[in-house]
Design a protein around this ligand. Structure first.
Ligand code: MN
Ligand code: MN
Length: 457
Protein backbone atom coordinates (compact mmCIF):
# COMPACT_ATOMS: atom_id res chain seq x y z
CA UNK A 1 0.00 0.00 0.00
CA UNK A 2 1.48 3.31 -1.11
CA UNK A 3 1.61 6.41 1.07
CA UNK A 4 -0.84 5.28 3.75
CA UNK A 5 -0.40 5.15 7.53
CA UNK A 6 0.19 1.53 8.51
CA UNK A 7 -1.04 1.44 12.11
CA UNK A 8 -4.65 0.74 11.10
CA UNK A 9 -3.67 -2.62 9.59
CA UNK A 10 -2.76 -4.02 12.98
CA UNK A 11 -4.80 -4.95 16.04
CA UNK A 12 -4.93 -7.74 18.62
CA UNK A 13 -2.36 -10.45 18.12
CA UNK A 14 -0.95 -8.87 14.96
CA UNK A 15 -0.24 -5.68 16.87
CA UNK A 16 1.38 -7.73 19.64
CA UNK A 17 3.73 -9.16 16.98
CA UNK A 18 4.72 -5.66 15.88
CA UNK A 19 5.48 -4.69 19.48
CA UNK A 20 7.33 -7.95 20.22
CA UNK A 21 9.52 -7.55 17.13
CA UNK A 22 10.42 -4.05 18.33
CA UNK A 23 11.40 -5.38 21.77
CA UNK A 24 13.92 -7.61 20.00
CA UNK A 25 15.12 -4.65 17.98
CA UNK A 26 15.47 -2.50 21.12
CA UNK A 27 17.59 -5.21 22.68
CA UNK A 28 19.87 -5.23 19.61
CA UNK A 29 20.15 -1.44 19.53
CA UNK A 30 20.88 -1.23 23.27
CA UNK A 31 23.50 -3.99 23.10
CA UNK A 32 25.26 -3.10 19.85
CA UNK A 33 26.76 0.35 20.23
CA UNK A 34 29.76 -0.27 17.95
CA UNK A 35 30.37 -1.96 14.60
CA UNK A 36 32.28 -4.75 16.30
CA UNK A 37 29.39 -5.43 18.66
CA UNK A 38 26.94 -5.44 15.73
CA UNK A 39 29.07 -8.02 13.89
CA UNK A 40 29.35 -10.18 17.01
CA UNK A 41 25.60 -10.04 17.52
CA UNK A 42 24.87 -10.83 13.87
CA UNK A 43 27.25 -13.80 13.83
CA UNK A 44 25.77 -15.24 17.03
CA UNK A 45 22.22 -14.78 15.75
CA UNK A 46 23.13 -16.33 12.39
CA UNK A 47 24.82 -19.30 14.09
CA UNK A 48 21.72 -19.86 16.20
CA UNK A 49 19.79 -20.04 12.90
CA UNK A 50 22.16 -22.71 11.56
CA UNK A 51 24.48 -20.47 9.53
CA UNK A 52 28.05 -21.68 9.02
CA UNK A 53 31.27 -19.75 8.46
CA UNK A 54 31.99 -19.63 4.73
CA UNK A 55 35.60 -20.65 5.46
CA UNK A 56 34.43 -23.91 7.00
CA UNK A 57 32.66 -25.24 3.87
CA UNK A 58 34.27 -26.38 0.62
CA UNK A 59 31.22 -26.75 -1.61
CA UNK A 60 27.86 -25.04 -1.48
CA UNK A 61 24.41 -26.02 -2.65
CA UNK A 62 20.85 -24.73 -2.61
CA UNK A 63 19.57 -24.03 0.90
CA UNK A 64 23.00 -23.61 2.50
CA UNK A 65 23.19 -20.85 5.11
CA UNK A 66 26.53 -19.08 5.36
CA UNK A 67 28.14 -16.05 6.93
CA UNK A 68 31.39 -14.21 6.33
CA UNK A 69 33.11 -11.49 8.35
CA UNK A 70 35.78 -8.93 7.61
CA UNK A 71 38.12 -7.54 10.28
CA UNK A 72 35.34 -7.82 12.84
CA UNK A 73 33.58 -4.88 11.21
CA UNK A 74 31.63 -6.28 8.26
CA UNK A 75 29.38 -9.27 8.15
CA UNK A 76 27.43 -10.80 5.29
CA UNK A 77 24.92 -13.63 5.61
CA UNK A 78 23.80 -15.69 2.63
CA UNK A 79 21.06 -18.22 1.97
CA UNK A 80 22.00 -20.03 -1.24
CA UNK A 81 19.09 -20.06 -3.67
CA UNK A 82 17.85 -22.52 -6.28
CA UNK A 83 19.29 -20.48 -9.12
CA UNK A 84 23.03 -20.40 -9.80
CA UNK A 85 24.86 -17.38 -8.37
CA UNK A 86 25.65 -16.14 -11.89
CA UNK A 87 21.94 -15.28 -12.19
CA UNK A 88 22.47 -12.69 -9.47
CA UNK A 89 21.77 -12.23 -5.78
CA UNK A 90 19.07 -10.38 -3.90
CA UNK A 91 20.90 -8.19 -1.40
CA UNK A 92 19.91 -6.03 1.54
CA UNK A 93 22.83 -3.74 2.36
CA UNK A 94 22.96 -1.58 5.48
CA UNK A 95 25.65 0.15 7.50
CA UNK A 96 26.46 -0.54 11.13
CA UNK A 97 28.65 2.48 11.92
CA UNK A 98 26.92 5.46 13.50
CA UNK A 99 28.05 9.03 14.21
CA UNK A 100 29.94 9.20 17.51
CA UNK A 101 33.06 10.51 19.22
CA UNK A 102 36.34 8.56 19.06
CA UNK A 103 39.19 8.73 21.56
CA UNK A 104 42.47 10.05 20.10
CA UNK A 105 45.62 7.95 20.05
CA UNK A 106 47.37 10.09 22.65
CA UNK A 107 44.33 11.23 24.59
CA UNK A 108 45.06 11.44 28.30
CA UNK A 109 45.88 14.76 29.97
CA UNK A 110 45.38 16.53 33.25
CA UNK A 111 43.97 20.01 33.63
CA UNK A 112 43.01 21.82 36.83
CA UNK A 113 42.76 18.61 38.82
CA UNK A 114 40.68 16.72 36.27
CA UNK A 115 41.90 13.85 34.14
CA UNK A 116 40.57 14.29 30.60
CA UNK A 117 40.45 12.29 27.38
CA UNK A 118 40.97 14.12 24.10
CA UNK A 119 38.61 13.03 21.34
CA UNK A 120 37.92 13.35 17.62
CA UNK A 121 34.34 13.09 16.39
CA UNK A 122 33.34 10.54 13.73
CA UNK A 123 30.71 11.30 11.11
CA UNK A 124 28.29 14.19 10.86
CA UNK A 125 27.43 15.03 14.44
CA UNK A 126 25.86 18.27 15.59
CA UNK A 127 28.52 18.97 18.21
CA UNK A 128 26.39 20.97 20.63
CA UNK A 129 24.04 17.98 21.05
CA UNK A 130 26.78 15.82 22.61
CA UNK A 131 27.69 17.91 25.65
CA UNK A 132 26.25 17.63 29.17
CA UNK A 133 24.74 14.22 28.48
CA UNK A 134 25.79 10.85 29.95
CA UNK A 135 28.20 9.00 27.70
CA UNK A 136 29.49 5.44 27.61
CA UNK A 137 32.77 4.12 26.24
CA UNK A 138 33.03 0.95 24.15
CA UNK A 139 35.87 -0.59 22.25
CA UNK A 140 39.12 -2.43 22.35
CA UNK A 141 42.65 -1.79 23.48
CA UNK A 142 45.14 -4.02 21.65
CA UNK A 143 48.30 -4.69 23.61
CA UNK A 144 51.70 -4.95 21.92
CA UNK A 145 51.56 -8.73 22.23
CA UNK A 146 48.27 -8.77 20.29
CA UNK A 147 46.04 -9.37 23.30
CA UNK A 148 42.69 -7.63 22.88
CA UNK A 149 41.21 -5.96 25.96
CA UNK A 150 37.49 -5.21 25.70
CA UNK A 151 36.30 -2.00 27.32
CA UNK A 152 32.61 -1.38 28.00
CA UNK A 153 31.69 1.20 30.62
CA UNK A 154 28.53 3.22 31.13
CA UNK A 155 25.62 1.03 30.10
CA UNK A 156 24.40 -0.52 33.35
CA UNK A 157 22.94 1.75 36.02
CA UNK A 158 25.72 0.72 38.41
CA UNK A 159 28.41 1.78 35.92
CA UNK A 160 29.94 5.24 36.00
CA UNK A 161 29.41 7.40 32.90
CA UNK A 162 31.57 10.02 31.20
CA UNK A 163 30.61 13.52 30.13
CA UNK A 164 31.69 16.45 27.96
CA UNK A 165 30.99 19.52 30.09
CA UNK A 166 29.28 22.67 28.81
CA UNK A 167 29.38 26.30 29.90
CA UNK A 168 26.70 27.56 32.29
CA UNK A 169 24.28 30.04 30.64
CA UNK A 170 25.18 32.67 33.25
CA UNK A 171 28.64 32.95 31.71
CA UNK A 172 27.76 32.14 28.11
CA UNK A 173 26.92 35.61 26.79
CA UNK A 174 29.79 35.56 24.27
CA UNK A 175 29.38 31.92 23.39
CA UNK A 176 25.68 32.38 22.60
CA UNK A 177 26.62 34.82 19.83
CA UNK A 178 28.40 32.05 17.92
CA UNK A 179 26.84 30.09 15.07
CA UNK A 180 25.58 26.54 15.67
CA UNK A 181 28.62 25.06 13.92
CA UNK A 182 31.01 26.96 16.22
CA UNK A 183 29.20 27.03 19.54
CA UNK A 184 30.98 23.81 20.52
CA UNK A 185 34.33 23.40 18.76
CA UNK A 186 35.69 20.01 17.69
CA UNK A 187 38.72 20.30 19.97
CA UNK A 188 36.45 21.03 22.94
CA UNK A 189 34.75 17.62 22.75
CA UNK A 190 36.97 16.26 25.53
CA UNK A 191 35.77 13.91 28.21
CA UNK A 192 36.02 14.39 31.94
CA UNK A 193 37.02 11.02 33.34
CA UNK A 194 38.27 11.50 36.90
CA UNK A 195 39.13 13.96 39.67
CA UNK A 196 40.81 12.16 42.58
CA UNK A 197 44.54 12.97 42.87
CA UNK A 198 47.04 10.23 43.64
CA UNK A 199 48.19 10.52 47.23
CA UNK A 200 51.63 12.08 47.62
CA UNK A 201 52.00 13.02 43.93
CA UNK A 202 52.76 16.63 43.07
CA UNK A 203 52.53 16.53 39.28
CA UNK A 204 49.63 15.12 37.24
CA UNK A 205 48.25 13.41 40.33
CA UNK A 206 44.76 12.86 38.84
CA UNK A 207 46.18 11.38 35.66
CA UNK A 208 48.32 9.01 37.71
CA UNK A 209 45.35 8.00 39.83
CA UNK A 210 43.20 7.12 36.83
CA UNK A 211 46.09 5.32 35.10
CA UNK A 212 46.40 3.21 38.22
CA UNK A 213 42.72 2.32 37.97
CA UNK A 214 43.09 1.39 34.29
CA UNK A 215 46.12 -0.77 35.12
CA UNK A 216 44.20 -2.58 37.86
CA UNK A 217 40.99 -3.10 35.90
CA UNK A 218 42.30 -3.67 32.36
CA UNK A 219 46.04 -4.16 32.69
CA UNK A 220 46.64 -1.28 30.26
CA UNK A 221 49.25 1.49 30.30
CA UNK A 222 49.02 5.00 28.92
CA UNK A 223 50.91 4.05 25.76
CA UNK A 224 48.36 1.31 25.00
CA UNK A 225 45.92 4.02 23.85
CA UNK A 226 48.09 4.18 20.72
CA UNK A 227 46.64 0.86 19.58
CA UNK A 228 43.11 1.30 20.87
CA UNK A 229 39.74 1.83 19.23
CA UNK A 230 37.50 3.46 21.81
CA UNK A 231 34.14 4.91 20.85
CA UNK A 232 32.14 7.36 22.93
CA UNK A 233 28.38 6.96 22.57
CA UNK A 234 25.27 7.97 24.49
CA UNK A 235 24.88 5.86 27.64
CA UNK A 236 21.89 3.65 28.33
CA UNK A 237 19.34 1.57 26.49
CA UNK A 238 16.86 2.38 23.73
CA UNK A 239 13.43 3.22 25.14
CA UNK A 240 9.80 3.42 24.12
CA UNK A 241 8.85 6.89 22.96
CA UNK A 242 5.41 8.43 23.41
CA UNK A 243 2.48 7.72 25.74
CA UNK A 244 1.27 5.18 23.20
CA UNK A 245 4.74 3.55 22.99
CA UNK A 246 4.50 3.88 19.21
CA UNK A 247 8.13 4.88 18.67
CA UNK A 248 11.64 3.96 19.80
CA UNK A 249 14.11 6.57 21.05
CA UNK A 250 17.69 5.39 20.93
CA UNK A 251 21.25 5.90 19.77
CA UNK A 252 22.27 4.64 16.33
CA UNK A 253 19.01 3.97 14.48
CA UNK A 254 21.04 5.31 11.52
CA UNK A 255 21.61 2.73 10.30
CA UNK A 256 21.30 -0.12 12.78
CA UNK A 257 17.52 -0.08 12.38
CA UNK A 258 17.90 -1.08 8.73
CA UNK A 259 20.83 -3.38 9.55
CA UNK A 260 18.76 -5.31 12.09
CA UNK A 261 15.65 -5.58 9.93
CA UNK A 262 17.76 -6.61 6.90
CA UNK A 263 19.61 -9.25 8.89
CA UNK A 264 16.37 -10.59 10.37
CA UNK A 265 14.75 -10.62 6.93
CA UNK A 266 17.43 -12.93 5.49
CA UNK A 267 17.51 -15.12 8.62
CA UNK A 268 13.72 -15.44 8.78
CA UNK A 269 12.80 -15.63 5.07
CA UNK A 270 14.16 -19.17 4.65
CA UNK A 271 15.11 -20.45 1.25
CA UNK A 272 14.58 -18.10 -1.67
CA UNK A 273 14.72 -18.65 -5.42
CA UNK A 274 17.77 -16.45 -5.88
CA UNK A 275 20.54 -16.33 -3.29
CA UNK A 276 19.62 -13.83 -0.60
CA UNK A 277 22.11 -11.78 1.35
CA UNK A 278 22.30 -9.20 4.12
CA UNK A 279 25.51 -7.18 3.89
CA UNK A 280 26.35 -5.06 6.92
CA UNK A 281 29.09 -2.57 6.29
CA UNK A 282 31.26 -0.06 8.17
CA UNK A 283 32.46 3.51 7.46
CA UNK A 284 29.33 4.79 5.65
CA UNK A 285 29.25 7.86 7.86
CA UNK A 286 32.74 8.89 6.71
CA UNK A 287 32.48 8.07 3.00
CA UNK A 288 32.47 4.24 2.83
CA UNK A 289 36.21 4.18 2.23
CA UNK A 290 38.90 1.70 3.30
CA UNK A 291 39.02 -2.02 3.87
CA UNK A 292 35.76 -2.17 5.83
CA UNK A 293 33.69 0.39 3.89
CA UNK A 294 31.40 -0.37 0.95
CA UNK A 295 34.16 0.72 -1.46
CA UNK A 296 36.25 -2.23 -0.23
CA UNK A 297 36.71 -5.24 -2.51
CA UNK A 298 35.75 -7.50 0.39
CA UNK A 299 32.18 -8.13 -0.70
CA UNK A 300 33.19 -8.96 -4.27
CA UNK A 301 35.83 -11.31 -2.87
CA UNK A 302 33.22 -13.14 -0.82
CA UNK A 303 30.95 -13.56 -3.86
CA UNK A 304 34.00 -14.86 -5.77
CA UNK A 305 34.61 -17.41 -2.99
CA UNK A 306 30.96 -18.47 -3.17
CA UNK A 307 31.16 -18.91 -6.96
CA UNK A 308 34.26 -21.03 -6.56
CA UNK A 309 32.58 -23.17 -3.92
CA UNK A 310 29.46 -23.52 -6.08
CA UNK A 311 31.12 -24.42 -9.38
CA UNK A 312 34.36 -25.94 -8.15
CA UNK A 313 35.98 -23.53 -10.54
CA UNK A 314 36.12 -19.79 -10.91
CA UNK A 315 36.54 -17.17 -13.54
CA UNK A 316 36.15 -13.44 -13.51
CA UNK A 317 33.24 -13.48 -15.95
CA UNK A 318 31.12 -15.49 -13.52
CA UNK A 319 31.67 -12.85 -10.85
CA UNK A 320 30.83 -10.00 -13.21
CA UNK A 321 27.65 -11.77 -14.28
CA UNK A 322 26.65 -12.46 -10.68
CA UNK A 323 27.11 -8.82 -9.69
CA UNK A 324 25.45 -7.34 -12.79
CA UNK A 325 22.41 -9.58 -12.38
CA UNK A 326 22.03 -8.59 -8.73
CA UNK A 327 19.20 -6.58 -7.20
CA UNK A 328 19.87 -4.66 -4.04
CA UNK A 329 18.09 -2.49 -1.53
CA UNK A 330 20.47 -0.03 0.04
CA UNK A 331 18.77 -0.29 3.41
CA UNK A 332 19.44 3.12 4.89
CA UNK A 333 17.32 5.49 6.90
CA UNK A 334 15.37 8.43 5.47
CA UNK A 335 14.90 11.88 6.95
CA UNK A 336 11.50 11.68 8.64
CA UNK A 337 9.15 14.64 8.18
CA UNK A 338 9.39 16.70 11.37
CA UNK A 339 6.35 18.93 12.11
CA UNK A 340 8.66 21.33 13.97
CA UNK A 341 10.70 21.90 10.80
CA UNK A 342 8.25 21.59 7.87
CA UNK A 343 10.13 24.23 5.86
CA UNK A 344 13.02 21.93 4.89
CA UNK A 345 10.74 19.26 3.40
CA UNK A 346 8.64 19.13 0.27
CA UNK A 347 5.50 17.51 1.73
CA UNK A 348 4.46 15.42 -1.32
CA UNK A 349 7.91 13.86 -1.48
CA UNK A 350 8.84 13.43 2.18
CA UNK A 351 9.10 10.31 4.34
CA UNK A 352 6.56 10.20 7.16
CA UNK A 353 6.78 8.20 10.37
CA UNK A 354 4.05 5.57 10.24
CA UNK A 355 3.78 5.20 6.46
CA UNK A 356 6.18 2.31 6.22
CA UNK A 357 9.30 1.55 4.20
CA UNK A 358 10.60 4.68 2.44
CA UNK A 359 12.17 4.37 -1.02
CA UNK A 360 14.56 7.10 -2.11
CA UNK A 361 14.97 6.76 -5.87
CA UNK A 362 17.84 9.21 -5.57
CA UNK A 363 19.65 11.14 -2.86
CA UNK A 364 22.55 13.49 -3.64
CA UNK A 365 22.74 17.27 -3.40
CA UNK A 366 21.71 20.19 -5.62
CA UNK A 367 20.97 18.70 -9.08
CA UNK A 368 21.02 15.14 -7.67
CA UNK A 369 24.83 15.41 -7.59
CA UNK A 370 26.48 12.19 -6.45
CA UNK A 371 23.28 10.19 -6.40
CA UNK A 372 22.37 6.70 -7.47
CA UNK A 373 19.25 7.32 -9.56
CA UNK A 374 17.41 4.00 -9.54
CA UNK A 375 15.81 2.65 -12.73
CA UNK A 376 12.04 3.08 -13.07
CA UNK A 377 11.83 -0.51 -14.38
CA UNK A 378 13.33 -1.66 -11.06
CA UNK A 379 11.01 0.59 -9.04
CA UNK A 380 8.01 -0.79 -10.94
CA UNK A 381 8.93 -4.35 -9.95
CA UNK A 382 9.28 -3.22 -6.34
CA UNK A 383 5.86 -1.49 -6.35
CA UNK A 384 4.30 -4.67 -7.58
CA UNK A 385 6.00 -6.75 -4.89
CA UNK A 386 5.16 -4.36 -2.04
CA UNK A 387 1.49 -4.25 -3.07
CA UNK A 388 1.25 -8.02 -3.53
CA UNK A 389 2.77 -8.62 -0.10
CA UNK A 390 0.69 -5.93 1.64
CA UNK A 391 3.69 -3.83 2.68
CA UNK A 392 3.08 -0.16 3.44
CA UNK A 393 5.63 1.88 1.57
CA UNK A 394 6.28 5.47 0.58
CA UNK A 395 8.67 7.41 -1.61
CA UNK A 396 10.77 10.36 -0.53
CA UNK A 397 13.53 12.81 -1.32
CA UNK A 398 16.10 14.03 1.17
CA UNK A 399 14.39 17.36 1.88
CA UNK A 400 13.49 20.25 -0.40
CA UNK A 401 15.57 20.82 -3.51
CA UNK A 402 18.78 22.76 -2.74
CA UNK A 403 18.28 22.70 1.04
CA UNK A 404 21.03 20.17 1.64
CA UNK A 405 21.73 16.60 0.66
CA UNK A 406 23.49 13.39 1.46
CA UNK A 407 24.35 9.95 0.21
CA UNK A 408 24.42 6.26 1.02
CA UNK A 409 26.21 3.13 -0.20
CA UNK A 410 23.71 2.79 -3.09
CA UNK A 411 25.92 4.30 -5.81
CA UNK A 412 28.95 2.26 -4.73
CA UNK A 413 27.11 -1.03 -5.20
CA UNK A 414 25.50 0.44 -8.33
CA UNK A 415 29.01 0.88 -9.75
CA UNK A 416 29.26 -2.92 -9.93
CA UNK A 417 26.39 -2.87 -12.40
CA UNK A 418 23.59 -3.99 -10.13
CA UNK A 419 20.16 -2.43 -9.74
CA UNK A 420 20.12 -0.56 -6.42
CA UNK A 421 17.63 1.68 -4.67
CA UNK A 422 17.67 3.23 -1.20
CA UNK A 423 14.95 1.81 1.02
CA UNK A 424 14.81 2.50 4.73
CA UNK A 425 13.03 3.64 7.81
CA UNK A 426 12.21 7.32 8.44
CA UNK A 427 14.11 8.81 11.40
CA UNK A 428 13.56 11.96 13.44
CA UNK A 429 16.58 13.83 14.88
CA UNK A 430 18.94 11.84 12.63
CA UNK A 431 22.58 11.85 13.84
CA UNK A 432 21.55 13.23 17.25
CA UNK A 433 22.54 11.25 20.38
CA UNK A 434 18.96 10.01 20.54
CA UNK A 435 17.11 9.41 17.28
CA UNK A 436 13.46 8.36 16.92
CA UNK A 437 11.74 5.84 14.66
CA UNK A 438 8.19 4.48 14.46
CA UNK A 439 7.72 0.87 15.51
CA UNK A 440 5.30 0.30 12.67
CA UNK A 441 7.93 1.39 10.14
CA UNK A 442 10.46 -0.99 11.71
CA UNK A 443 7.99 -3.82 11.18
CA UNK A 444 6.90 -2.78 7.67
CA UNK A 445 10.56 -2.51 6.64
CA UNK A 446 11.23 -6.01 7.96
CA UNK A 447 8.23 -7.28 5.95
CA UNK A 448 9.23 -5.26 2.91
CA UNK A 449 12.80 -6.60 3.01
CA UNK A 450 11.51 -10.19 3.18
CA UNK A 451 9.11 -9.48 0.30
CA UNK A 452 12.00 -8.08 -1.74
CA UNK A 453 14.47 -10.95 -1.29
CA UNK A 454 11.76 -13.56 -1.91
CA UNK A 455 10.28 -12.00 -5.02
CA UNK A 456 12.57 -9.65 -6.93
CA UNK A 457 13.98 -11.16 -10.13
MN1 MN B 1 22.77 6.09 7.05
MN1 MN C 1 24.05 8.88 8.62
Amino acid sequence: MYGKNAWGKYSGKKLDNVMAFNEEYKNFLSTCKTERLCVEYAVNLAKSHGFKNINDVTTIKKGDKLYATNMGKNVAVFVIGEEPLENGLNILGAHIDSPRIDIKQNPLYEKNDFAMLDAHYYGGIVKYQWVATPLAIHGVVVKKDGKIVDVHVGESLEDPVLVITDLLPHLAADKMQKTGAKVIEGEDLDLTISSIPMDGEEKEACKKYVLNLLKEKYDIEEEDFVSAELEIVPAGPARDLGFDRSMVLGYGHDDRVCAYTSLRAVLDAGETKRTSCAYLVDKEEVGSIGATGAHSKWFENVVAELLNKQNNTYNDLMLRRALTNTYMLSSDVSAGFDPLYPGVFEPKNAAYLGKGLAFNKYTGARGKSGCNDAMPEFMAKIRNIMDNEDVNYQTAELGRVDVGGGGTIAYIMGNMGMNVIDAGIPVLSMHAPYEAVSKIDVFEAYKGYIAFIKNIQ
